[in-house]
Design a protein around this ligand. Structure first.
Ligand SMILES: [Zn+2]
Length: 327
């Protein structure tokens, strides 16, 4: 069968892409500044960078879904861009704050010497560290170190990191923020997309599930295009227990003449009883093949792995807000 091909980067509407970049850019800058203002009062390691990344990710996901950018690679790049911009703004706010505070303290001296506070600050930075401006600021931070408060009590003086560890710490923070926002973006951009309708394919049909033992054979049969043999592998059991493979067909809601997308996912028990879902294969199927798959007497209920035996049949599945691993 034909592997599913996401729309190429060049086929994405440029005007939409520009709007997304502008909105994400502006939003990320706001998140970065607000995060810095909060960090003056309280900053928890790991937890706060993750929360900031989550905010950035939600912004990117909303934009990608709205602009219908159905290309996972482009989506991931936008997520990375957001994460890096958030951290840059966060960091730059720290520098601006430092300058404002220092210049306020130097105002009287500057007047006495007949220079501007800004020039005096740079002179002092050069005297202290050998460099003025941003580089001088970095060297000061490196020397003075940063205090990491580990508990909710901001008066608690936590662990202090100095020297090269300051950069390691910054790198970890930046990595957490960019990692989370990129993950969100990737999740949004990976949704199957119909080039004919220029829209996401939303309608989900559970074709059924296949045992892990039969998995390799089943997958190679699909690869070879034997779609009719799918019947031999589909199990009758209604609510299977992980691990197993599930087979999901996605079709356009509006037009039955569009190609469908067939996704093979691996379902297994994750950590602490969660359900881990990994996309194994994705194929484009013709409307005729999609009709065939949709009418198989397998598990046709609208339910998702992880719902156990209490599926809520009224639930909708537009949003994939659960643990999804890299395919
Ligand atoms: Zn379509």
């Amino acid at each position: 069968m034909k592997p599913y091909q996401p729309p190429s980067a060049s086929s994405l509407p440029m005007s939409e892409l520009t709007m997304v970049l502008l909105t994400v850019g502006l939003g990320s800058a706001v998140i970065g500044v607000v995060a810095y203002i909060i960090s003056i009062y309280l900053w928890l390691i790991i937890l706060f960078p993750l929360a900031v990344g989550f905010l950035g990710g939600a912004l990117v996901k909303w934009q990608i879904k709205g602009a219908k950018l159905g290309n996972a690679a482009i989506a991931a790049l936008i997520g990375l861009f957001a994460g890096m911009l958030i951290y840059s703004t966060f960091f730059a706010s720290g520098y601006v704050h430092f300058r404002l505070e220092a210049e306020k303290q130097l105002a009287a001296d500057a007047e006495y010497f007949g220079v501007s506070p800004s020039d005096l600050l740079d002179d002092l930075l050069i005297y202290e560290t050998g460099s003025g401006g941003f580089l001088g600021f970095l060297k000061i931070v490196e020397r003075e170190g940063i205090e990491i408060s580990q508990v909710t009590d901001p008066s608690d003086r936590g662990l202090a990191v100095t020297g090269v560890w300051v950069y390691v710490y910054y790198l970890i923070e930046a990595g957490l923020i960019a990692g989370v926002s990129t993950g969100f973006a990737l999740d949004a951009g990976r949704q199957p997309y119909c080039p004919q309708c220029r829209d996401w394919i939303e309608k989900k049909i559970n074709v059924g599930h296949v045992s892990t033992q039969q998995g390799p054979e089943f997958r190679s049969a699909l690869r070879l295009g034997n779609i009719s043999t799918i019947k031999e592998y589909i199990q009758e059991e209604l609510f299977p227990h992980p691990p197993y493979l599930d087979v999901v067909l996605m079709r356009c809601e509006t037009s039955p003449s569009c190609d469908g997308v067939l996704t093979i996912r691996q379902i297994r028990k994750g950590r602490r009883g969660s359900t881990a879902i990994k996309i194994l294969d994705r194929y484009t199927v013709t409307p005729r093949e999609a009709d065939f798959l949709a009418n198989l007497p397998g598990n046709q209920f609208d339910w998702e792995p992880g719902m156990a035996s209490k599926p809520d049949f009224s639930a909708s599945f537009g949003d994939q807000s659960k643990e999804i691993e890299e395919g």
